[in-house]
Design a binder for this molecule. Structure first.
Ligand code: CTP
Length: 186
């Protein structure tokens, strides 16, 4: 969705910065691209660039945890089982207002397998977003690794379900919503 949104934004003539972890997708034309590898690198990149944006859309599926230890060399097998210790990654979207002081239009995504609307509402409030785009990732063939998606738009005061659509078209609909939110601010 992130690449579809960046493509749509550039086509509409906006200046777009795409900060992305590794993917097999081509960088969209007319988009500034900042590749990162880890959640912490993405956190730093967002911190550096967010202040310049009128609107920011956070659609990366950021890993919530990372291993405490990073092995430089191959880990040879010894014991019959092994336990990985994980620590929390920074919540980048959750830091946008509270840590980075972002005052523009803030859009988050919510990938859920149950209680879609309620969980999206919680994220909207917790992360102080203007809009959360929520999708049910338990639906086979939609969302991850698919050109199609079905989302609901969750605003502080209303919910708008969008029809099943291509990510390309959904990206345009989401950008229409962002434009409305920007216009409403005057
Ligand atoms: N997100 C983020 N940084 C993280 C995790 C998530 O910026 N470390 C952003 C995602 O890009 C998305 C939103 O937060 O816009 C919601 O992500 P999601 O994975 O659905 O929720 P979490 O905050 O991780 O909460 P939970 O795992 O409890 O559902």
């Amino acid at each position: 969705m992130c690449f579809a949104l960046a493509t749509a934004g550039a086509r509409l003539g906006h200046r777009v910065l795409l900060i992305s972890g590794p993917t097999n997708l081509d960088v969209p034309v007319d988009v500034d691209f900042l590749p990162v590898e880890t959640a912490r690198e993405m956190f730093e990149a967002v911190n550096l660039h967010l202040g310049k944006a009128d609107a920011a859309i956070f659609s990366a599926a950021v890993a919530d945890y990372r291993p405490v230890l990073f092995a430089e060399d191959k880990i040879k097998k010894t014991a019959e089982s092994m336990t990985l210790e994980l620590v929390r990654n920074p919540d980048i979207l959750g830091s946008a207002r509270s840590k980075f002081g972002f005052t523009g239009v803030l859009v988050g995504f919510a990938a859920e397998t149950e209680n879609l609307e309620q969980n999206a509402r919680d994220k909207l409030r917790r992360k102080d977003c203007d809009l959360v785009v929520a999708n049910d990732v338990s639906q086979e063939g939609l969302g991850f690794d698919s050109d199609h998606n079905q989302v609901i738009l969750v605003y502080p005061d209303r919910v708008e379900p969008l029809p099943l659509d291509t990510k390309e078209h959904l990206a345009h609909l989401i950008l229409d919503s962002v434009q409305e939110l920007l216009s409403a601010r005057g």
